[in-house]
Every structure is written in C-alpha cells, then in structure tokens.
Design a protein around this ligand. Structure first.
Ligand code: JFZ
Length: 477
C-alpha cells in the first residue's frame, strides 16, 4: 500500500500531486491519532478537576493499598457515660448511647462540661498506632451525636468552646501525625442528632429514617459543608474522608454526588469511602464516573468478606471488643492471635484492616487495646513485608492458613503448623527459586520438592511462631 503511494507522483500532474498530499496527510493523521491513543492507554487515566490534571485513581490509592493496616478511633462525649446512663447499663454500642437511652439533646449536651481528657497525649496515641505497624489513623471528627473534636467556627458544640479541656485534639493529632509520618484521616457523620436542621427534632427516635426535616438542606449547605472545608483546609492534607450515617431519609443520591465533588474539589487527591452516598452496598452496574463517586473503597463492617471484593478496593473495620466508643463494662476482647490472623486473612483477600480503639474520657486508649496493638506490632516488625504492599492470594484458599503476594514472591502465612515438618503448597505451577522463613535473618534455604500440581516445603518440626509463621517462596513467574 505504501509503495503504491510512493509511486503516484511519478506519474502525476498537479491534481494527482494534490491527491497524494491529501492522502498522505490523512494517513499521517490516522497514525498520529492511533499513536496518541496508545500513549493514553499506557499512562494511567488522569483525572481532571476544576480544569486541572490531578492524580489518577490508581495513583491516589497507592499509599492506601500499600498501608494495609490502620487505626480507627471513636472518641467523643459518649466516653463520659461510657455505656451507663442514670445508673443503668445501656445495651448496644457505646457511641449510640444518646439514641439508645433516649437522651434529650439538652441533657446530652451537658456531658461537654464533664469532658476533660487531661491525660490525652496526641504523640502517645500516634506512637501506639505506629508501633503496631499501622500506617494511618481515622478519627471521628464528628459522630452521630454531633459533638465536634476540633475548634469549629460554625458551632460552639465543640471541644474547644464547650469543654473545660479547651484543646483542639484534631490539631494536636495532625501535628503528631505529621511528625511521626502517619496519614491522618477523618470519619464524619452525615447524620447529626444535635443539629436542629438535621435529626435533633426527631427525639427520641433520632435514627428514624422515615422522618424528614424540611430544613435539612440548610444543615448541609450552611453547616456540614463549611465544617468539612475547615477540616480539609486547616488540618490537611487528609488521607481519607470516611463518611457515615448516610442512611437517613433526608440524604439523597444527588446530595451524595454533590458532597463527593465538593470534597474532591477541596483536596483532589483525597480518598472517600463508599458511605458518602446511597450506593454503598456495591458498585456493580454503575457507570465508571458513578463508580468513582460511589466511593474509592468499600467498607465491610465487623466482617471479612469470604472471597474479598474482587475488582473493588475495600477495608474491613472492626472493634477489639463489642463497641466502637468506650464502654467501661465491655471486656469481651478479641485475642491478639485472632486480630493478627484477621490482618493476614484480610490482606490475603486484597483488603485493608481498620482496627478500632475507643479511648476513655480521660484521654487514654484502654490498656487491653494497647497490649494487643503492641503484640501485633511485635509480629509486624518481623513480618510486615508479608502484609504491606501485598496483593490477594493467587493460590485461593490454603488449608493451613493464608497467602499474600508480591511480584516474584509468595508469603505463606502458616496458622496450623504441619505435622512432620512438611508444608504442602498445592496448585503452584511456578518454579520456586528459594524458600525461607521471613523471621530468619539469615534467610537459610528450606528444601523444596515438586509434588503433584504443587510443591512441598520442608520446615522446622516445631512452629517458630504459633500465631502465624511466614514462609517466603521466591518464584519465577
Ligand atoms: C456505623 C455507626 O453507626 C457506628 O456507630 C460506627 O461508627 C460504625 C463504624 O459505623 O454503623 C454502621 C454503619 C454501616 C453498617 C452497619 C453499622 N452497615 O453497612 O452494615
């Protein structure tokens, strides 16, 4: 085809030459467009916000996907009653006490006068998270009760204006996080039981989704949005805005979309969870733009989806006992063994683990939580490589534990140590170059033999770590 094109002018006069030029231009044009397309396909699809090029979704998510482990903090006025109202234990999660015990707004507000967490030390909280191997902190800037943990200019119902403590704990945390290299993120409740234009008039059924407040849009425009602007511009840059309480009757899909855009316009690279809108149950069937608005990641709560959420980023949030906000009577703690295995389980399914602490009204993270986090940190210091930046198991379910992966490496998380020191890894076609225990500084080679459709690794007779021993396989793939 090209040849015939070259031959043309030899025979040609003016018209032919013109035709030749036209065809050549057309061909060059087509080639140029094709080239551009290919270039576009190579570079990650960039976002455009306010006319400016911003990070692509993959670029925005990178730190979060690497992090794998974060700390959730539920802290507010509910730490004062700590699960007890007028001498009676109130059933249910501690941070819901206002609703569960039918406490009128005017009475609940009085708790602010008693909130004086003099033992609060932002550096210490961040140190506890960091020492556990956590890479980010998500704290309740405002929970459903409406009380604000920062010095908000649009309300006096905040820790600086309404409590004897008078210190801006979010400011102190943001400094501590910056200093210690941890990402700060805010949980923020859309539902607000304190604001007269939101759910306050619904007393005693603050959470009644059938009720409607005709002034709700005033709350959104004149209160919630200005508050979010304060949080993003004065305490940022933030890692995540973690919305919640979107199930109220007054919250609509268009409001969710508008809020998503509002937040991303203020900080384009911020991550937003799926609870910003009504579409949080799943992102299937949504257009690409709407998928993005439906949130950057899913938030399964108190559970680990059996097969992860393929194709979707996700984060399991979980309590260490049975409450998010501090409850003095709840001693139903999970063991550090369970928590560590949950972390490996979640990573093996491609998710993040957001593990909660509920500090006391004095400002302390409960001792039981601190102990468990320290134990997790001990394990992470040795085995963190098998969690951070890993992807889901390419082997599917394994009978002895879990598996995580990085390019060229498989991390076998062995919960149930094999009798006779023979670890069977079925369904592994790739050639194993080397096997060793991650905890072994010398990385001494473990013998590997082929067997059936997989391999058998010869491991020590006794489990080096009874909770989770990580065996590394360097593979050729
Ligand atoms: C919400 C809050 O009500 C609760 O107090 C806590 O902050 C938790 C992390 O989030 O509770 C929810 C939210 C969503 C579901 C269940 C409880 N859900 O999707 O099943």
């Amino acid at each position: 085809m090209n040849e015939s094109l070259i031959r043309w002018p030899r025979h040609g006069g003016r018209i032919r030459r013109r035709t030749y030029t036209a065809i050549l231009s057309a061909v060059l044009c087509v080639l140029w467009i094709a080239g551009c397309r290919q270039e576009a396909a190579k570079s990650p699809s960039a976002d455009v916000r306010g006319g400016k090029r911003t990070l692509s979704k993959d670029e925005r998510m990178e730190w979060w996907r690497d992090a794998r482990f974060g700390m959730f903090i539920h802290w507010g006025l509910y730490a004062v009653p700590a699960g007890e109202w007028k001498g009676k234990q109130v059933p249910g999660i501690g941070e819901w006490i206002m609703e569960r015990a039918h406490i009128p707004v005017s009475e609940y507000e009085q708790l602010a006068g008693q909130f004086n967490p003099v033992k609060f030390d932002a550096d210490e909280w961040v140190r506890i998270a960091k020492n556990a191997g956590m890479k980010y902190i998500v704290i309740t800037s405002k929970h459903h009760d409406g009380f604000c943990l920062w010095d908000s200019k649009v309300t006096n119902y905040d820790i600086v204006d309404a409590t004897p403590f008078k210190r801006d704990v979010l400011r102190e945390l943001s400094r501590a996080c910056k200093k210690q290299g941890i990402r700060l993120c805010f949980y923020h409740s859309i539902m607000d039981w304190h604001h007269p234009d939101a759910q306050a008039p619904f007393y005693p059924n603050y959470n009644d989704t059938k009720q409607s407040n005709p002034n709700f849009s005033c709350y959104v425009e004149n209160y919630m949005k200005p508050q979010l602007k304060e949080l993003i511009t004065n305490y940022g840059p933030l890692g995540v805005l973690w919305f919640d309480g979107e199930w109220i009757g007054d919250w609509t899909e268009p409001q969710g979309k508008d809020l998503y855009n509002y937040v991303r316009d203020l900080q384009p690279d911020i991550l937003i969870n799926n609870r910003v809108g009504k579409g949080r149950k799943g992102m299937e069937g949504l257009s690409k733009g709407d998928q993005e608005y439906a949130g950057d990641f899913g938030t399964p709560e108190q559970q680990i989806p059996a097969k992860g959420l393929p194709g979707v980023d996700w984060e399991s949030c979980m309590t260490m006992n049975d409450t998010w906000g501090y409850k003095s009577s709840d001693h139903h703690w999970k063991s550090s063994e369970d928590l560590l295995r949950n972390l490996a389980d979640i990573a093996s399914k491609g998710g993040n683990f957001l593990l909660n602490v509920g500090p006391t009204s004095e400002g302390l993270i409960p001792g039981a939580s601190v102990e468990r986090l320290a134990a997790m940190g001990d394990w992470m210091k040795v085995n963190g490589e098998s969690i951070y930046g890993t992807t889901a198991s390419p082997l599917g379910e394994v009978p002895w534990g879990r598996c995580t992966a990085k390019p060229g490496k498989l991390y076998l998380h062995v919960f149930d140590w094999p009798a006779g020191g023979k670890l069977e890894v079925a369904g592994l076609k790739d050639q194993v170059r080397k096997a060793y225990l991650l905890a072994d500084e010398k990385r001494a080679k473990l013998p590997v033999t082929r067997s059936g459709d997989g391999v058998v690794v010869t491991v020590p007779e006794k489990a080096p770590d009874r909770i989770n021993t990580v065996v590394v396989l360097e593979i050729k793939s």
